[in-house]
Design a protein around this ligand. Structure first.
Ligand SMILES: Cc1cc2nc3c(=O)[nH]c(=O)nc-3n(C[C@H](O)[C@H](O)[C@H](O)COP(=O)(O)OP(=O)(O)OC[C@H]3O[C@@H](n4cnc5c(N)ncnc54)[C@H](O)[C@@H]3O)c2cc1C
Length: 467
């Protein structure tokens, strides 16, 4: 238990705000994306700068309390909040500085991808972040970062040039390919295991106006659409990053009647490159069927960054399953469509991303700590519902669906999409890299201070790992 005098001392020592149970603002400060997570930290420190982060780390160590690190609180497993311990909240760190000459951007840890790309758009630039705008830069980059430019420029961490890190002993280090290179290797994929990144420096890219949108078909045409898409992707240029999405239209979406009252099968994405070339490359997809609706159009990259946000509003109950697919086989397609038709909640969305066969796959396996780049397709079942009373039915459906998908799943998963946290999930995500990561953990965090995450346990023998 933390004494009131200790917590008051912490409050007096930081520039940011502190909240504890019973205080005004506490319940708001502990709300995260997934309503399933209802944890009550003993204290939440909303850091105003790096000095606050260091003070919070030192306080937690001195008082021997568990700590969690919160970026924007988007991770569905809820690791950003701890029960009874200290939550180090970075969401107020909102600095973004763009250097259009290099071109690079330095971004603080509480920024979302929508915010980064809004600033970059002014210069006709964009950063490879996620597929939605509301996700935090911090957790997404440290775990990987799959998004609309993944086939052209790789994932977010492939574009990371350097990071400022507060370590478990309260030191501040810079990690890059030339400074603390072993730490830099581990940060790029190892999640929050090695320290708290307070700012990220990214390589950014010309984007300007892109072609983005979706073609929509009733799910009764889903089998033909997904089989067609599988062939189409075999020659899709790297300027194009696409996914297939099964969803139900929210009432406010202006769509033709045939797409209302039942599931939709859609394929969509972003083309980053000359628009006339993109028009030509997208034509077969836009003509197939033909679709019941085609909402592809030119738009600024910053608008494309947020175009899918409406599918995942904040504050719903979430239960997710995800894995790479061995292939987009007929069996996988049929199983997805069969189960989606029985989903208990219309809010549930199933996504198949085509991340591979481009820049992402060309990065060599050992270059970063990122788990596995060899499987081009990734499935994410994002089960979402609105009432706590519906939890059992939705979780049961997700598990049955997942059981049926087992024959089609590779033995590898993307760490940031995992809804369950256990020793097995971290080993599945990191595969053969787990031991090297455990040795690095023993060097930078030997007491496992940063353990509210997909946790890598420090190896017993203190080892030094070089990049
Ligand atoms: C609706 C939705 C859409 C998503 N879309 C995508 C997508 O398109 N592409 C994709 O790759 N992922 C996506 N994700 C997954 C996303 O990458 C993870 O949830 C990620 O953890 C979110 O980052 P965050 O900073 O908000 O994490 P938080 O929930 O705040 O933190 C999660 C964990 O990350 C670590 N962490 C966060 N920030 C830092 C930091 N600065 N320093 C050290 N550790 C830190 C901590 O261990 C923390 O426990 C999506 C998630 C949701 C809910």
């Amino acid at each position: 238990m933390l004494s009131p005098s200790a917590t008051e001392k912490l409050r007096a020592s930081v520039r940011g705000r502190c909240f504890w149970p019973g205080e005004q603002g506490y319940d708001e400060a502990r709300k995260i994306h997934n309503a399933m997570i209802d944890r009550r930290p003993a204290i939440i420190v909303q850091c105003a700068g790096v000095a606050d982060v260091i003070a919070a780390v030192k306080f937690a160590r001195e008082h021997d309390v568990a700590a969690s690190v919160r970026g924007t609180g988007h991770n569905v497993s809820g690791t950003s909040l701890c029960e009874e311990g200290l939550t180090i909240d970075l969401s107020a760190l909102k600095g973004i500085h763009v250097n259009p000459r290099t071109p690079t951007a330095r971004v603080e840890a509480g920024v979302t991808w929508a915010e980064v790309n809004q600033e970059l758009q002014v210069f006709g630039l964009a950063a490879p972040g996620g597929y939605v705008g509301t996700t935090g830069v911090g957790g997404l980059t440290l775990g990987g970062g799959l998004g609309w430019m993944v086939r052209k420029h790789g994932c977010a961490l492939d574009n990371l040039l350097s990071a400022d890190v507060v370590t478990a002993d309260g030191q501040i280090l810079t990690a890059s390919s030339t400074e603390n290179a072993d730490l830099f290797w581990g940060l790029r994929g190892g999640g929050g295991n090695f320290g708290i990144v307070t700012s990220f420096e990214f390589q950014v890219h010309p984007a300007g106006t892109v072609l983005a949108g979706l073609v929509l078909h009733p799910a009764s045409k889903g089998r033909e659409l997904l089989r067609f898409w599988r062939e189409y992707e075999k020659t899709a240029p790297e300027e194009m990053s696409n996914g297939a999405i099964l969803f139900n239209a929210p009432p406010e979406l202006p769509l033709p009647e045939v797409l209302r009252g039942g599931p939709i099968a859609s394929v969509g994405g972003v083309w980053v490159g000359p628009l006339e070339v993109g028009e030509k490359a997208l034509r077969p997809l836009r003509e197939f069927g033909p679709p019941a609706a085609d909402i592809y159009q030119p738009m600024p990259y910053s608008a494309a960054q947020s175009m899918a946000d409406f599918l995942w509003p904040k504050g719903l109950y979430n239960y997710w399953k995800s894995n790479y697919l061995k292939s987009l086989s007929d069996g996988a397609i049929d199983t997805m469509l069969e189960f989606y038709a029985k989903a208990p909640s219309w809010r549930t969305v199933v996504v198949v991303e085509h991340d591979g066969d481009g820049a992402f796959s060309r990065v060599t396996a050992d270059a970063t700590a990122f788990g596995d780049r060899s499987w081009p397709y990734n499935i994410v079942v994002t089960t979402q519902w609105t009432d706590a009373g519906e939890s059992e039915a939705n979780i049961r459906w997700t598990r049955e669906f997942w059981q049926a998908m087992q024959p089609f799943l590779a033995d590898a998963a993307y760490v940031n999409y995992l809804g369950d946290i256990d020793e097995e999930s971290a080993r599945t995500a990191y595969g053969q890299k787990y031991e090297r990561l455990a040795a690095l953990k023993a060097k930078y965090d030997p007491t496992n201070f940063f353990r509210m995450n997909q946790n890598i346990k420090p190896s017993q023998a203190t080892a030094t790992t070089s990049a």
